[in-house]
Design a protein around this ligand. Structure first.
Ligand code: MG
Length: 186
């Protein structure tokens, strides 16, 4: 079995750290549950330039400091026994070493780490012949499932909406692990 796994919002809990850092930077008090759009300009009422300034200032912290998403490490460790694991992230290439350091710090094991520098993952998932992608970005989930690959969408306030049959909403990593285990017997 070949499994693709996104990093931010899936393995690394970048989301809660991000909201916290945004609140400090823009002097706001927005709760994570109220971040219902992937577009942070919309949520914070800021323009692209302000968001870019924040992103540049926070890039290192958001890469180095997130906690793991609960249940992720245990499940990936279990999957790795019988499956190929590919971490596929939209992070830019210049964060490769820092990303690798974070994954190693949390004792994760993987077959390939791919940083695309853009959100569109569909071609990469097809090339890697994935059986399943674990993702939190709704747009990515829809694009990848359009190419006949099953997507397990980790539930978040910003990824609500109707899903096609190949996308399964999972509320936790325990649910993800059970789903993969039942489907593939790994
Ligand atoms: Mg993500």
């Amino acid at each position: 079995m070949r499994i693709g796994i996104d990093i931010d919002g899936v393995v690394a809990d970048t989301f809660h750290l991000l909201v916290n850092e945004l609140n400090i930077f823009f002097s706001r008090d927005i709760q994570p549950r109220n971040v219902t759009s992937y577009d942070l300009r919309e949520v914070y009422g800021i323009d692209a330039k302000q968001l870019e300034k924040f992103a540049t200032a926070s890039k290192i912290k958001l890469t180095d400091a997130p906690e793991p998403v609960p249940g992720a490490l245990k499940c990936i460790d279990r999957l790795k026994n019988n499956a190929k694991v590919f971490f596929i992230s939209a992070r830019p290439q210049d964060l490769y070493t820092r990303t690798e350091t974070w994954l190693k710090k949390h004792k994760l094991d993987w077959d390939r780490l791919i940083l695309l520098g853009r959100h569109d993952k569909a071609d990469t998932c097809v090339k890697l012949q994935l059986d399943v992608l674990v993702e939190d970005n709704l747009q990515n989930a829809l694009q990848v499932s359009d190419r006949d690959i099953t997507v397990l969408l980790l539930d978040a306030p910003y990824n609500q909406g109707p899903l096609p049959s190949l996308v399964q909403r999972c509320r936790s990593w325990e649910e993800i692990c059970t789903h993969i285990h039942v489907t593939s017997k790994v």
